[in-house]
Design a protein around this ligand. Sequence first.
Ligand SMILES: Nc1nc2c(ncn2[C@@H]2O[C@H](COP(=O)(O)OP(=O)(O)OP(=O)(O)O)[C@@H](O)[C@H]2O)c(=O)[nH]1
Length: 421
Amino acid sequence: MSFLKRMKEKLMGGPAKEEPVVEVTEQEVPVQEEEPQKALPEVEATVEEVVEEVKPEPVIEQPKEEPVEEVIEEVKNEVAEVEVEQPVEQEEQKGWFKSAFSITEKFKTGLSKTRDSFTSKVNDLVARYRTVDEDFFEELEEVLLQADVGFETVMELIEVLRYEVQKKNIKSTDGIQALISEKLVEIYEKAGEDSIELNLQPKGELTVILFVGVNGVGKTTTIGKLAHRLKSEGRSVMLAAGDTFRAGAIDQLQVWGDRVGVEVIKQSEGSDPAAVMYDAVHAAKNRGVDVLICDTAGRLQNKVNLMKELEKVNRIISREVPNAPHEVLLALDATTGQNALVQAQTFKEATNVTGIVLTKLDGTAKGGIVIAIRNKLHIPVKFVGLGEQMDDLQPFDAERYVYGLFADALDEQLEKEELED
Ligand SMILES: Nc1nc2c(ncn2[C@@H]2O[C@H](COP(=O)(O)OP(=O)(O)OP(=O)(O)O)[C@@H](O)[C@H]2O)c(=O)[nH]1
C-alpha cells in the first residue's frame, strides 16, 4: 500500500489510536459536535522578516515587572477569550471523543501559516521545475532551510530524496510532495524510538509532572490545557504554583485552576518553590490525586542558578514520591524559532527533560522547527499547541503534521492514485 493510502487510513479512519477514550456511555455522548475552528490571524510577516526574527537572542529572560493586578486582569481576559460554549462539566461529559479526522483537521488548521509560506513555495517549485534535477534540489534545500527544518535534517532529507529519485527513476516533479512527506515522517520517526505517551502511573498512584520553560512561552496556559485534558480522561488533577518569582504567576495559575476545576496548592509570592512542592506532594497524596502538575519559575539568570533551583525541586519531589517526577516537560514557543532550540539546550543541560511541549505552532510560518528540535535534541515532542482553544493542545503526530504541511497537494495526489486503481 502506498504511503498516502496508509496515511489516509490512519488519519481519517476512525478514532485516533493515541486519543484516549473516556469511559462514558453512548447515551452520554449522543452526537459528536465539532467545535467551531477559530479563524487564524493573517500571516503578518514575510519569510524574510521571520528569518530576521529568529536570530538567536541571549537565553536570559528577565521576569516581567507588570503589577499583579494587571497580570490577573490580563489572564482573566485571556481565559475569557478561550471560553468554550459549554460549561466545563458538560464538556467533560463529552470527553475527548474526537474523530481521527477532526484531530487531523486541527493539525491542518494549526499549520496553515506554515503551509501558506513553506508549502506554497514547494508547490511553486514543482510548478516551475517540471523535471527533478540538481537546480530543483538546490532550491528545495533553500525552502526547507527557511522553514527552520534545520541544516542537518535538510541535508539528510535532500540526500534521501536524491537516492529515491534515482532508485525509482522519478523524472517528473509531479507529486514530489508525497515523497517529501514520506521521507520527513521516516526521518522524524528514526530520530527516536521513545514514545510520545505521557509516563502516567496507573490510576490510584500519584504521577508528578514538572513543567519548565522561560516566561512567556505559554507554560501556564499549557498546564491549564493539560490539566483539562487529563481531567477529561477521568483522572483527578492538582496544580502546584511553583513559580513564586514572577509577579502574578500564582494568581494566573489559580485562574486556570478555577477554570478547569482543579485545586491549586500555593504559597505567597517569593516563597521557596521547593516548599510549595513539598506541600503540594503531601496534599496530592492525602487527597489521593492521580496527577500533580507543577509549575516552576522561568527565570534563567544563568545555568547554575537554574540547575540549583530545579535540583532542589527535583530532590524534594523524588524524596516524597519514588521515581518522581515522572515527566519533566519543557515548554517552548515555536514562534521563537532557533531561539527555542537554544533554550532547550540550556534546560537539557540543567535537568533531565523527558519531553517537549511546543506551543503556538499555529502562530509561526516556520513549523519545520518541530523536526529540528526532534533531530537536534533527541527529546520527543510530546504535545503541540495548535491554537488557543482548550483542546488545541494535541499529542504530536508525525503523519498528521506532514499532512498539515502538504494537505492540498497530498489530497490531489491521493485522488490521482485512487483513480488509477
Ligand atoms: N495561538 C496560540 N496561543 C497560545 C498557545 N499556547 C499559549 N498561547 C498564548 O500565549 C500567551 C502566553 O501564555 P501564558 O501561558 O500566559 O504564558 P505566560 O504567562 O506569559 O508565561 P509562562 O506561563 O511563564 O510561560 C497567552 O495569550 C496564551 O493564550 C498556542 O498553542 N497557540
